[in-house]
Design a protein around this ligand. Sequence first.
Ligand SMILES: [Zn+2]
Length: 98
Amino acid sequence: MGRLADMRADLQSLFAASRDSNADDEHDPEGQTIAYERSQLTALIRKAEAQLADIDAAWLRLERGRYGICDVCREPIPAGRLEARPTARTCVRHAATH
Ligand SMILES: [Zn+2]
């Protein structure tokens, strides 16, 4: 858990740094590229954040003995689905509701 928290803190400081630096990009010849790269990085960070949140949630369920159990019907999630998507919270039947 500590490692995940560290990773999250790193991501957040990276995110803050990319947001705060050089607001005047548009007037810089390289500003457009930098702005584009920044938006790509931001998207990547948001995705990583979402994945970390999923992993955190899966870890919590594991600690509570509820990992691999569908949130909706409480039936065990098939091993094949967990293999494809280790952070799945529902069985295939109830996947659409999340
Ligand atoms: Zn279910």
